[in-house]
Design a protein around this ligand. Structure first.
Ligand code: HEC
Ligand code: HEC
Length: 366
């Protein structure tokens, strides 16, 4: 090929690349013209922006992970592996937690109450397995600056970075009436999105409203769960966030004789808190395997096995899991009882939340 032809060809390639780039920019996001109704009574462009941020890998230092990489909608916003990989391929130290009903009141009718305003005595809005955070607005920035998870070192730099993304300024303008991007606005938007994820459409909820009927097997499981094995004294399944516990919402369930992760004691420094972890909500538990703070159990059958005969008599083992003589309770849950309890646990799944497009990844190509 002669030089002029070559030049013309190169120019052609360049122009078509530019054009492609423009098309790409327009097609980054698949957002409805009007935002979905996330939270009654607020500007829903804020949680909609939060959704974009939640799924945007640009929030990690090397554009490799987003919140949604570890909190996957189909798995109840948990991850389907024991430990998740952060931006640098390092593993998290704990099992990703499901995100649901954060900041919800205890009857599930006030799901968007401000966490800070909720002062019912004994109510604990403890976040993370060891309860080290209680303010959601501040908490949502923690994974971004976590050196295993997303690795950003300066939130102001993140704000600068987002300014260079083609889609953010219009989204911030819609949400806050100003294109200015600040860490504060980033955190508010993510926290409103996170707060809006509620799981109160389970079969159990519907049955309590007379809209569905539990099967004989599920009813049997319910009675074993509430009465014979007293599981509900910790996992209060009728309460959406599942941990309004007057005991503070943490317990040691005898997973180990010696814990490699001390749990709540890492936050409080008390030896009486060693091996205590946040009592998880069992809503969506059928979607959130593997189980426990370290993802040690792959299935609900294995969890049942633990409660049936696997508990260690740790010095902090919860009194509800001990016999009168102080030893770990051997529940000897029969095979048919295990099946029934597991069937009951499946009535706690909210398929609506796990499939709702308003909680889905809005990015087309990433
Ligand atoms: C690399 C994986 C990873 C990424 C990325 C990640 N998380 Fe997490 N998330 C976790 C793990 C692991 C835990 C439990 C940590 C612990 O207890 O120490 C957790 C816990 C949480 C909790 C606490 C839930 C509760 O009930 O206490 C929330 C909320 C949360 N993450 C939101 C987010 C948000 C928002 C982002 C994005 C800004 C994000 N996460 C990014 C892995 C991740
Ligand atoms: C003393 C309080 C307590 C009682 C009673 C109790 N649990 Fe738990 N449960 C917990 C705590 C705390 C965890 C998390 C422990 C950890 O990860 O270290 C847990 C974890 C679980 C999990 C795994 C959830 C997840 O997301 O990883 C399931 C399932 C479960 N329990 C079911 C039951 C059943 C069924 C019973 C009754 C047989 C029961 N629990 C009784 C406190 C309790």
């Amino acid at each position: 090929m002669k030089t002029p032809y070559l030049l013309a060809f190169a120019l052609l390639v360049l122009v078509s690349c530019k054009k492609e780039e423009a098309i790409l920019k327009e097609s980054y996001l698949d957002l409805p013209a009007e935002p979905a109704n996330y939270v009654e009574g607020i500007n829903n462009n804020i949680p909609e922006l939060g959704r974009v941020l939640f799924y945007d890998k640009s929030l990690s230092i090397n554009n490799s992970v987003s919140c949604g990489s570890c909190h996957k909608q189909v798995f109840g916003f948990a991850d389907n592996v024991a430990f998740s990989r952060g931006f640098d391929n390092q593993l998290t130290l704990r099992n990703s937690m499901p995100i649901q009903n954060i900041g919800s009141g205890f009857f599930g009718i006030t799901p968007f109450i401000k966490v800070e305003d909720f002062s019912f005595p004994g109510f604990s809005q403890s976040l993370f397995w060891d309860g080290r955070e209680s303010n959601l607005d501040q908490m949502v920035l923690k994974p971004i600056i976590n050196h295993v998870e997303m690795g950003i070192t300066d939130l102001n730099e993140l704000a600068e970075k987002l300014k260079t993304m083609p889609y953010y300024e219009p989204l911030f303008k819609k949400a806050y009436d100003s294109e200015e991007i600040t860490p504060q606005k980033i955190s508010t938007a993510i926290s409103w999105f996170v707060r809006s994820i509620s799981t109160n459409q389970t079969k159990l909820d519907k049955s309590r409203q007379g809209l569905a009927q539990l099967s004989a097997l599920e009813l049997n499981g319910q009675s074993l769960f509430f009465t014979k094995y007293d599981c509900n004294s910790c996992h209060q399944v009728t309460i959406p966030n599942g941990y309004l516990s007057l005991g503070g919402g943490f317990a040691n369930i005898g997973l180990d004789e010696v814990y490699s992760d001390n749990g709540l004691a890492k936050t409080t420094g008390l030896s009486t808190d060693v091996g205590k972890f946040k009592i998880p909500s069992l809503r969506n538990v059928s979607l959130t395997a593997p189980y426990m703070h370290d993802g040690r159990f792959a299935t609900l059958e294995e969890v049942m096995e633990h409660y049936s005969e696997g508990m260690a008599t740790h010095q902090n083992l919860d009194a509800r899991l001990r016999n009168a003589d102080g030893q770990a309770r051997i529940m000897n849950i029969s095979e048919s009882e295990k099946k029934a309890i597991i069937a009951f646990l499946h009535t706690l799944t909210d398929f609506q939340a796990a499939t709702d497009p308003k909680f889905a990844n809005p990015f087309k190509s990433r």
